[in-house]
Design a protein around this ligand. Sequence first.
Ligand code: BES
Ligand code: ZN
Length: 631
Amino acid sequence: MKKILLAAGCLSLLFACNSRGSSKKKEAAKEPQSATEAVFDNNDYHTLSNADEVLGKHLALDIEVDFKQHRIAGTATWDIEKKKAGADKFIVDTRELLIDSIKYGDGTKADFELGEADSILGAPLSISLKPETKQVKIFYRSTKNATALQWLEPAQTFGKKEPFLYTQSESIHARSWIPVQDGPGVRYTYNAKVKVPKGLMALMSAENPQALSDDGIYNFKMDMPIPAYLMALAVGDIKFQAIDKRTGVYAEPAMLAKAHKEFEDVGAMVHKAEELYGPYRWGRYDILVLPSGFPIGGMENPKLTFCTPTILAGDKSLVNLIAHELAHNWSGNLVTNQTWNDFWLNEGFTIYFERRIMESMMGKDYADMLWEIGYQDLEAIVADLGKESEDTHLRLNLKGRNPDEGLTDIPYEKGGHLLRLIEQTVGRSKMDAFLTKYFNENAFKTMNTRDFTEYLNKNLLNEVTEWKAKVNINEWLYAPGIPQTCPRADKLRFNKVDTATAQFLKGDMSFSQKTGKWSTFEWMHFLRKLSKTPLSPEQMKALDQAFQLTQTQNSEKADLWYLLALKNKYEPAYPAMEAFLMVTGREKFLQPLYKEMMATAEGNKMARTIYKKARPNYHPLTQRVIDEIVK
Ligand code: BES
Ligand code: ZN
């Protein structure tokens, strides 16, 4: 399954692989002198802002969304708090923003300077402060190069009638649509007034409307402090349908009924999550299903998870993605990684929590499949990056690099498996009590890897002498590869799949009687196994006839089947694969398929032809990634 980047191993997701830029060092920060010191260096090198001196505490946004110009324009008014006496500058991050003017709260003009742009970090906007300044109002516009924004033409939506806009701010893209102190360690509250064309709905990571406004103006409020990467906006022909009192679904009208059916158990899911780790603190939990260009699986925007339509399989078999985004409302949104080097504290915890939710809804044998698929992904990414690679440490070192390079299966799966090892060491009840306490005591705060280790020892591992040695957390955090102690799930259900695979390879199709009950994950395991052996045209045909794989509506199965088709030159699947590439923007599916095509001369031609047609449907950053593959 997975994560963004996946199997193919390129660390991109949203960004060009291995883009190394000239990101400037922060002057104020003390430079680490050695490798050990670098490990304990908790400065955020991915923001040029000065939140430690002057903090933007509350944002009032007043913007208009212009679909003709592909532009967001308006004002960002910041209430500031001086943390350091005498501080005379408020510095926010920007990327490709046009700053028209800046005023103080009293309406007088403020001096400012837009610094030189760094290729990764963007340009710092430094605003002069007077001793009495409490507020600054920035008049600004976004540009065509905004990395957070995807503007969709009507033809790229399900309804085909209205345009659509959405943002994806994680990790450092909020600065391309809002002048903001854009580091995960900085939190603020916000309210917003957003004007959109009449007839369209606007939604944010905030309290949301459930019906259209007559004048196209929407007001939002988020009164719990959040980091900038959780700023989100979507505008389009969107309707709402309730699931229960506090949960519901937003989607284009053409998708709403399907989405509602798929997610009808999400109300119960929120209760399961609460039973595990304490109350859901964000009020409503709604889901927005985006048009198919959405480049990732899901994004945990507070109060409103954004998700890809590719999880609408029709049988609820991919809702673990919703469990994942829901879990982030504890791990990530409540307790937030301090810098992108600590990304595993967001994603590893969330993988663990996601699988606990799925276990409580579907049973242990089901969750074990998720763990095993995840373990396979972990092996694949370690093989890809190299087992000595520093990028396989849990604690990353992304200084001077694009933080999206850290977005591999390492923080997800190595992180998730570390928590599972801790659980297996101390027992489930102690683990759960610890996590509940951790979320409560650190709610609305940030956490770094070193402080977490201390917290873990103090509140859990110190209790029994052997525990610390057994977990040996430093090996997980600061050493490469997969530790020997990495837990492995029971393979109850996958053993049956392995038997079926062996039968199939011997020409015995009798196993097909038993696949009726297979979940998506059994199919994934089956198709992954088959990808390790060359298959004849007859074998491919037999599979396709027995299981209609070319026509499957399940995106995970489709992706693996088309990969198998390419590997074995099974041409009857090509038209369906092309159709899939035309309507899917999710990078984790696109990357491996284009890569596989580019591996052969005939495939090369096919890749170019398809990509030429499909490219406009992809997110601008996905286009950059696929451009690199289909040169
Ligand atoms: N927060 C991530 C998405 C993300 C991370 C976007 C970093 C940009 C930068 C989200 O929670 C996530 O992990 N999504 C996965 C879901 C999967 C693990 C179930 C995805 O989109 O594939
Ligand atoms: Zn996540």
